[in-house]
Design a protein around this ligand. Structure first.
Ligand code: SF4
Length: 280
């Protein structure tokens, strides 16, 4: 099958970890052919509700959603946007999410409790070169790496970047100890590097916030953040070069761990070649 692959204009911090694991996967995922794959919406609607929750958490930074009327009004607004998006992208079988999405009622209830109990945010300083506030665009100088940080606020030690997560933030490492998922910690470290590139200042702290209202600090070093940014730029250059050379398949990194849950696997010829070699 001929697949229409184009080079990305940039890499966002939220994409970086997945792109690093298999750049070809992210190229395939943005093709028109990928949209019609049933596996692209394989979470039974839970991740789509997660998107609505994420929007609510971001909206709550600027708008008080602690009372039921305000909560319901914004919830319905964001839900309608998400459902229209699903219909546009050929996933109307998940609409209405109210009835079709796994865990819809529990997720919504947990969120309403969380927002009702959330402390009021401090006002953002207006006279700063730091872009304080919710949903702030951060980018490197070349525009190769950029994305929207959920929240940049002023803490006791200086600026803090907060990213909201609706799913599990932790995973077990090889020693069976809980650790913050690298996909999330690297995302935040990239935001830190972008803030530095934009303003000359690193944040004092990085946090991941969960639906239960807890914040989990992500440790970082300035050098580590800058190295991640450099890697992301290099990755984008490699992807553009491979696409321009007409050889995007060379970016595929097949592995059991990566391919097992890959939603675009039906489009991936390097995967077929790899499994044939394994079976030979
Ligand atoms: S099937 Fe494997 S090699 Fe192919 S795009 Fe997906 S992760 Fe990459």
């Amino acid at each position: 099958m001929a697949i229409t692959i184009t080079a990305p204009a940039r890499i966002s911090p939220s994409q970086y970890f997945r792109v690093l694991a298999c750049p070809y996967q992210s190229l395939l995922a943005s093709t028109p052919e990928a949209r019609s794959l049933p596996g692209m919406f394989g979470s039974g609607g839970a991740s789509e509700v997660g998107t609505v929750v994420h929007g609510m958490l971001k909206r709550s930074v600027a708008t008080d959603l602690s009372d039921a009327v305000a909560f319901e009004s914004v919830w319905q607004e964001l839900l309608s946007e998400k459902e229209a998006d699903l219909i546009r992208n050929g996933a109307s079988h998940l609409v209405p999410l109210t009835y079709r999405a796994n865990g819809y009622a529990v997720t919504k209830l947990l969120l309403s409790w969380h927002l009702a109990m959330m402390p009021k945010a401090a006002p953002f300083p207006g006279d700063s070169d730091i872009p304080f506030g919710a949903e702030k665009w951060l980018s490197d100088n070349s525009g190769s790496v950029g994305g929207i940080a959920d929240l940049i606020r002023l803490g006791i030690d200086g600026p803090e970047i907060v990213d909201y997560k609706t799913g599990s933030i932790f995973q077990l490492n090889s020693n069976d100890e809980a650790e913050i998922k690298p996909v999330y910690s690297q995302q935040l470290q990239l935001y830190a590097a972008l803030l530095h590139e934009q303003t000359g200042h690193f944040p004092a702290h990085l946090f991941l916030a969960d639906l239960a209202g807890k914040e989990h600090e992500v440790e970082f070093t300035e050098l580590g953040c800058l190295q991640l940014l450099s890697n992301a730029r290099r990755l984008l250059t490699q992807m553009k070069a491979a696409v321009n050379a007409g050889n995007p398949e060379s970016l595929a990194i097949p592995s059991q761990e990566q391919c097992r849950y890959c939603q675009v696997r039906p489009l991936c010829s390097p995967y077929n070649d790899w499994t044939e070699q394994l079976g030979a």
